[in-house]
Design a protein around this ligand. Structure first.
Ligand SMILES: Cc1cc2nc3c(=O)[nH]c(=O)nc-3n(C[C@H](O)[C@H](O)[C@H](O)COP(=O)(O)OP(=O)(O)OC[C@H]3O[C@@H](n4cnc5c(N)ncnc54)[C@H](O)[C@@H]3O)c2cc1C
Length: 1059
C-alpha cells in the first residue's frame, strides 16, 4: 500500500540521492542503453500498490469527504503535513502505531478543517476488502509477465495494523519480491528502498520498469536508471507496459481466437448497442474474440470497459427449419438459473437482426476451466473420478428441475421425445443429405421399430458432454453448463447416453474427442456402465435394459447434426474450420450407431426363451403364434419358369475379377469381412462347440451376424430367378453367388454368419417360391432376418431314404388339421434353440401314384408331440448347436393352412428345393478345398523332413498339383451348372447339378485328405479345420442324396440323350 502524494522528498535529500544515482548510472550505462534498444529485454516489473494495483487513496478520500461533509482535500493535506516527520510518514516507516497515528492525524485534520473529522472511519474504508481490491487488468498483466519469465515486485509505502500485520491486500504469490516501507523503516521516494528492491530482484535498475501514480516516486526511480510509467488509469498503464515489453498483457481468454473472416460481426453497431444497454459512457475500444466452441451457433467473447460478456448468435445465411433457436437458449438458461442449475447469467436477448445481422443474446463471461480432452490429461485418477462424478450430479440436477415451478412446462412436448427426435433428425438429415450412407439408411428403418418407452419427461440438455461444462479451476465443481441449443423437454436417458459417447470414440476423433482407446481403470474414469449406474443411483431410478438403443440414438443424432455442419461447410457457412472433416465423421457416427443397434438387437434376441435342446419339451415351449388365414388364395402361375429371358440373367464368369462392379465390390467386402472378423473368430466358435453350453448359440455368432447384416452381407443366396424383384435377397445370379458362396465356404462358420447356411437357405427358397403370403409373413420374415432357424425333415431310419418315394411318415387329415406321425433322423439344425420351423415331408396319399403321395407341411417346432430323441454325430462331431437330430412326431396337429403348395406336391417341392441348395453345398466344398490346399501349402513350406522342406518332396508336389487341378475342374463344373440355372432354369440344369453333386464332395474329400496327410497327425486334430472339413465333405456324399443316386441320374440322362 502506498497512500502517496505525501512522498515528496526535502531538497537536501534529493541532492544526496542525485550524487549516488550519478555514480550508479555511470556504472550501468551500457546496460541501460542496451535495455532501451532491446525493448523486450526488461527482466522485472516493479509495482507501486495504491493507485496502481488497487484504487488510489486520494480517490477514496475525495468521495469519503463528500459523504461525511468534510471540506474537500482535508485528508490529502493532512497526509503531507509535517513532511518527513509528519504523522503519516512516521506511520508508513513503521515508527508509530495505528492508534497514535489516528489520534495525531485526526487532530491535524480537525485543525485544518475546523471540524471534527472521524479519521477512524476513513481508515476503515480505505483498508476495507471492498475498496482495496486488486484491479483485474493488473492481475492479468502480472500473470502474463510472469508467464513470459520476467520477475515482478511490489514496492509499497504501507503500514502496520494494530495486531502487527502489515497492510498488503494482495496475493503475495504474484510477486517475486515484496518490499514494504513499514517493515524496512524507509519509504519511497528514498532511493534506498528502490535499491533494496533491485537487490532482492538481483537486477540492475535498467533491467526494470517501475509503475507508480506519483511523480516524485517515479522521478526517484528514474534517477536510479529504472524505466518508469506514470499510472493515470490501470488500463492505459497496462497498454504502455505492453508497448515497452513487446508482448500482450491481456489474459488470453481460453478457447478463443480472432474472429473468423466468415463470422465477423459489425463491431460499431454492437458497441453502440452495448453502451446503451450497459450505460457505459467512455470506454476503450470493444474487444471481440470468437470461441472455438459453437460449431452451430457462433459464440463470441466481448470486453468493453469493465464488462466481460459472451455473445451467442444464429449463424448467417439460410438455416435449417427450427435449428439455432437462440431465443430458446436464453429462455432456458434464465429459468434454470432460478432453479439452481449452474448456468451463465444471461444479460439480454436481442431479437433485432439489424444490430449484428442475426438475433443474439448476451451472458456474463464466467471464467473457469473447460476440459476439452475427456480423458483429462494431467489430472490424477481420483480427480478424474471426481470430475465425472460432478458431471453426473449436475446432469441429475438438470433432470430434477420442477418444470412447473421453473415455468418450463411448455418448453417442449411431453412424452414421445425419442420418436419425435428420430423423425426430426431424419428430416434434418434428409434436408442436408449429400450422398447415400448405408448405415444411416438402415438406422432410418431400424430406429422407429425399436423405440423405447419413455419413463419420465424432464428438461434435456441435448448436447451434454464434458466440454460443454465450465469447471472451477481448483475443485471438481461445475460452475456453468453451456450450450443449450438443443435443449427441450424429453427423455432424460438420452442425455445420460449422450454424455457417455466419449467412451466409444477414439482419442483421435476430430470433432468429439473420446477415449475408447484408453484404459479407463488406469485413468480413473468410470466406465459407461458405471457412469450410468451412478446416474440411476443419484436419481433413485432402476437401471434400464435398452441402453444400447439410447447409444444408437445418440450416435445417429450426432451423425445427423454433423451432416448439417458438413452441408453448411460446403456452402461456406460453417463456423468451424474443422467442419469439412465432418463429412467422413458423419459416416463414422452412423456406423457406430448401427453397431449399437446391432447390440440392442442381440440383447433382445438373447432375451428370447431358450432351453437346452435335449431337456426341453416342445410341448411346453410356447413361441409366438401369428394368426393364419385360409389357404387356396395364391396363384402359382407367377413362379418363373425357365425361359429365353433367363439368357439375360448373367454370364459365365469364371473368376471373381470378372464380376460386374457392384458384385465385385460385394465380393471384396465379403472377403474383408472374412479376414477381419470370421477367421479370427473361428477358435472361439470351435471351442464353443465343445463347451458345456454348446447347445445354445454362441453369442459371438449372433454378434457377427448383426455385423454382417450391417455391412449388407446378408441373404446373398436367393437367386435372381427366384427373387426377380430383389425383395428378399441381394439379387445375385447363381454364378455370381457361386463365387461369394465359395468364399464363405472357406470357413465352416461363415455361411450362418451371412444367413446363407443350410438348411435355412433351402427352406427360405421354398417359402419364397411356394409359400402363401401368410406363410411368408410368419416364417420367411424371421428366417430372412436371421431371428429364427429351421430344419428339413425327410430322412427316416426305417427306410432307404435316398429314394424319397420310400418316406413313410403319415400326414392324416382331421377337421381343420393335419395330424402327423413319423420317425425322422439326421434332421440338421433341429437341436438349435432358435429352430422354430420344421419343413416336414410325409405321405398324405399312400395310394396315389408314387410321386404324388408326398406332401410338405410347415410345422412350428413348439407344436405338441415333437420329441427329440438324441443328437447324432458325424465321425463323433455333434455340430452343435444345430446338430443332426433323431425325432419322433406323435400326433402332431398342424392347421391345414400350413400345407405347402397342396397335397401330393411334396416330391415336386423337394426337387425344386434341392436345385440351388445342392449347388450351394458344392460351391462351399470348393471353398473347403481351397482353404485346405492353402493350409497344406503353408505347412509343407515350413516343415522339414529328411533334410529338406516337405514341399521339395516329389509326392507332396504331385499332391499339390493334383489338388489344384481337381479344384479347378470342379469349380468350372459348378460354375457351368450355375450358369445353366441362370440362363435355362433349374430343370434344364438337372444333369449338370447331378454331375457336380457327384463330383464336388468326392473332390473335396480327396483334396482335404491330401492336406491332412501333409499335416501329419496334426491334420486330424481340431487345431486345424481340416478334420471338420473332411467330416462335412464326407457327409455331403450322403446329404442331398448319396453319390450313387446322382451317378444314376447322370447315367440315365447320358443314355437317354447322348446315344
Ligand atoms: C450330415 C448329414 C446331414 C443330413 N441332414 C439331413 C436333413 O437335414 N434332413 C433330411 O431329411 N436328411 C438329412 N440327411 C440324410 C440324408 O439325406 C440321407 O442319409 C440320404 O438321403 C441317404 O439316405 P439313407 O441314409 O437312408 O441311405 P439309404 O437310402 O439307406 O442308402 C444307403 C446306401 O445305399 C446305396 N444306394 C442307395 N440308392 C442307390 C442307388 N440308386 N444305386 C446304387 N446304390 C444306391 C448308397 O451307397 C447309399 O449310401 C443328412 C445326412 C447327413 C450325413
Amino acid at each position: 500500500m502506498c497512500i502517496r502524494r505525501l512522498l515528496q522528498c526535502p531538497p537536501l535529500q534529493w541532492a544526496r540521492r542525485a550524487a549516488f544515482l550519478k555514480h550508479f548510472q555511470s556504472n550501468h550505462q551500457e546496460t541501460h542503453r542496451w535495455t532501451h534498444f532491446g525493448g523486450s529485454t526488461y527482466r522485472a516489473v516493479i509495482f507501486d500498490m495504491g493507485g496502481v494495483l488497487i484504487p488510489s487513496p486520494a480517490g477514496v478520500a475525495a468521495e469519503w469527504e463528500i459523504q461525511n461533509h468534510i471540506p474537500s482535500g482535508t485528508i490529502m493535506k493532512a497526509f503531507k503535513e509535517g513532511g518527513e516527520n509528519g504523522p503519516w510518514m512516521r506511520f508508513i516507516r513503521g515508527e508509530i502505531k495505528v492508534q497514535d497515528f489516528l489520534q495525531e492525524f485526526g487532530r491535524l485534520c480537525s485543525e485544518m478543517s475546523k471540524t471534527s473529522v472521524p479519521v477512524d472511519s476513513f481508515f476503515s474504508l480505505v483498508t476495507s476488502e471492498q475498496v482495496s481490491k486488486q484491479f483485474p487488468v493488473m492481475t492479468e498483466a502480472i500473470t502474463q509477465i510472469r508467464a513470459k519469465g520476467l520477475r515482478t515486485a511490489v514496492l509499497s509505502n504501507n503500514f502496520y495494523f494494530p495486531e502487527g500485520r502489515s497492510f498488503l491486500p494482495l496475493d503475495r504469490k504474484q510477486f517475486d519480491v515484496v518490499v514494504e516501507s513499514c517493515l524496512e523503516g524507509i519509504c519511497k521516494p528514498d532511493p534506498r528502498i528502490y535499491q533494496l528492491c533491485l537487490e532482492r530482484l538481483g537486477l540492475q535498475p535498467s533491467e526494470s520498469i517501475f509503475l507508480d501514480d506519483l511523480g516524485p516516486n517515479l522521478k526517484a526511480a528514474a534517477s536510479l536508471g529504472i524505466h518508469t510509467i506514470k499510472v493515470h488509469d490501470p488500463e492505459t498503464a497496462v497498454k504502455e507496459l505492453e508497448a515497452l515489453l513487446g508482448f500482450t498483457l491481456r489474459a488470453s481468454i481460453p478457447n478463443t481466437r480472432p474472429v473468423r473472416k466468415t463470422m465477423e460481426i459489425p463491431k460499431e453497431s454492437l458497441e453502440k448497442y452495448l453502451k446503451d444497454l450497459l450505460g457505459i459512457q467512455t470506454t476503450g475500444p470493444l474487444e471481440l474474440l470468437q470461441f472455438d466452441h459453437g460449431q452451430s451457433n457462433p459464440t463470441y467473447y466481448i470486453r468493453l470497459a469493465n464488462h466481460q460478456l459472451v455473445l451467442r448468435k444464429k449463424p448467417p445465411g439460410a438455416l435449417l427449419p427450427s435449428a439455432h433457436a437462440v431465443e430458446r437458449e436464453f429462455r432456458i438458461m434464465k429459468a434454470l438459473a432460478k432453479a439452481g442449475v449452474p448456468v451463465p447469467n444471461v444479460v439480454d436477448l436481442c431479437e433485432d437482426s439489424s444490430v449484428i445481422g442475426t438475433p443474439f443474446y448476451l451472458m456474463e463471461y464466467c471464467p473457469g476451466l473447460i476440459y476439452k480432452d475427456p480423458s483429462l490429461p494431467g489430472l490424477e485418477p481420483s480427480q478424474r473420478q471426481a470430475i465425472y462424478t460432478a458431471m453426473n450430479r449436475v446432469l441429475c440436477k438438470i433432470h430434477s428441475v420442477d418444470l412447473q415451478a421453473a415455468g418450463l412446462e411448455d418448453y417442449g412436448k411431453h412424452g414421445d421425445y425419442i420418436p419425435r427426435q428420430v423423425q426430426t433428425w431424419i428430416k434434418q438429415y434428409r434436408a442436408s443429405e449429400t450422398s447415400t450412407i448405408p448405415a444411416m439408411e438402415r438406422l432410418i428403418e431400424w430406429l422407429p421399430l425399436h423405440l423405447p418407452h419413455q419413463q419420465r419427461t424432464t428438461v434435456v440438455h441435448g448436447d451434454f458432454r464434458l466440454d460443454n461444462l465450465l469447471f472451477h479451476p481448483e475443485k471438481p465443481e461445475v460452475l456453468a453448463v453451456l450450450d443449450w441449443e438443443l435443449s427441450t423437454l424429453g427423455d432424460p436417458l438420452a442425455d445420460v447416453a449422450y454424455s457417455c459417447m466419449a467412451h466409444y470414440l477414439p482419442s483421435s476423433c476430430p470433432v468429439l474427442r473420446g477415449f475408447s482407446d484408453r484404459d479407463l481403470t488406469q485413468l480413473g474414469i468410470p466406465t459407461a456402465e458405471e457412469y450410468f449406474r451412478m446416474y440411476c443411483l443419484h436419481m433413485g431410478i432402476p437401471p434400464i435394459e435398452n441402453w444400447n438403443f439410447y447409444m444408437a440414438f445418440c450416435f445417429f443424432r450426432v451423425g445427423a447434426i454433423l451432416q448439417g455442419v458438413y452441408k453448411r461447410s460446403l456452402t461456406g457457412q460453417a463456423s468451424s474450420a474443422t467442419a469439412k472433416q465432418t463429412g467422413k465423421l458423419t459416416e463414422f457416427m452412423f456406423n457406430l450407431a448401427w453397431d449399437f443397434a446391432i447390440k440392442e438387437g442381440f440383447r433382445v434376441f438373447k432375451e428370447m426363451p431358450v432351453t437346452k435342446p435335449l431337456t426341453r419339451s416342445y410341448h411346453a415351449w410356447a413361441g409366438p403364434q401369428s394368426p393364419l388365414s385360409p389357404t387356396g388364395t395364391r396363384s402359382y402361375s407367377s413362379v418363373p419358369e425357365a425361359s429365353p429371358a433367363h439368357a439375360s440373367k448373367g454370364a459365365m464368369v469364371i473368376s471373381p475379377g470378372g464380376l460386374r462392379p457392384p458384385v465385385r465390390e460385394l465380393y471384396e467386402r465379403l472377403d474383408r469381412f472374412m479376414k477381419q472378423r470370421v477367421y479370427p473368430a473361428e477358435p472361439e466358435l470351435q471351442s464353443h462347440q465343445a463347451a458345456e453350453d454348446r447347445w445354445s448359440p454362441p453369442p459371438l455368432i449372433e454378434d457377427l451376424k448383426e455385423k454382417a447384416k450391417a455391412e449388407g452381407l446378408w441373404n446373398l443366396f436367393l437367386p435372381l430367378e427366384t427373387d426377380p424383384e430383389k425383395k428378399y435377397g441381394a439379387g445375385l445370379t447363381n454364378v455370381e453367388y457361386a463365387h461369394l458362396c465359395e468364399l464363405m465356404g472357406t470357413s465352416l462358420y461363415a455361411p450362418e454368419i451371412f444367413n446363407c447356411s443350410a438348411p435355412d437357405t433351402g427352406n427360405m427358397e421354398l417359402l419364397v417360391r411356394y409359400g402363401t403370403e401368410e406363410q411368408k409373413a410368419r416364417w420367411l420374415t424371421p428366417l430372412l432376418e436371421g431371428r429364427a432357424r429351421s430344419c428339413f425333415a425327410m430322412t427316416e431310419p426305417q427306410v432307404a431314404s435316398s429314394d424319397a418315394t420310400n418316406i413313410e411318415a403319415s400326414i392324416r387329415e382331421e377337421d381343420r388339421f393335419y395330424v402327423i406321425n413319423g420317425h425322422k433322423w439326421w434332421i440338421t439344425g433341429v437341436l438349435d434353440p432358435r429352430c422354430q420351423l420344421c419343413v416336414f415331408m410325409g405321405k398324405t396319399d399312400p395310394h396315389a401314384p408314387s410321386h404324388q403321395q408326398q406332401s410338405v407341411l410347415l410345422v412350428p417346432m413348439d407344436t405338441p408331440g415333437i420329441k427329440i430323441i438324441r443328437p447324432l454325430t458325424v465321425y463323433g462331431l455333434e455340430d452343435a448347436p444345430g446338430g443332426h437330430g433323431e425325432i419322433r412326431f406323435e400326433h402332431v396337429r398342424v392347421p391345414k393352412e400350413n400345407m405347402v403348395l397342396g397335397r401330393g406336391r411334396g416330391f415336386e417341392i423337394a426337387q425344386g428345393r434341392l436345385g440351388p441348395g445342392r449347388i450351394h453345398h458344392c460351391m462351399r466344398l470348393i471353398g473347403f478345398s481351397e482353404r485346405a490346399l492353402a493350409l497344406m501349402k503353408a505347412r509343407v513350406k515350413s516343415r522339414v523332413a529328411f533334410g529338406k522342406p516337405l514341399v521339395e518332396q516329389g509326392t507332396v508336389l504331385a499332391d499339390i498339383a493334383q489338388s489344384r487341378v481337381e479344384i479347378e475342374q470342379a469349380r468350372l463344373l459348378v460354375l457351368k451348372a450355375a450358369h445353366l440355372m441362370d440362363v435355362a432354369g433349374n430343370k434344364a440344369a438337372a444333369l449338370d447339378i447331378a454331375m457336380i453333386k457327384m463330383v464336388a464332395p468326392s473332390m473335396a474329400c480327396h483334396v482335404i485328405d491330401r492336406a491332412i496327410q501333409a499335416f501329419g497327425a496334426a491334420g486330424l486334430s481340431s487345431d486345424y479345420p481340416l478334420a471338420q472339413f473332411f467330416a462335412w465333405a464326407r457327409a455331403l456324399r450322403f446329404a442331398d442324396g448319396p453319390d450313387e443316386v446322382h451317378r444314376a441320374t447322370v447315367a440315365k440322362m447320358e443314355l437317354k440323350h447322348r446315344t
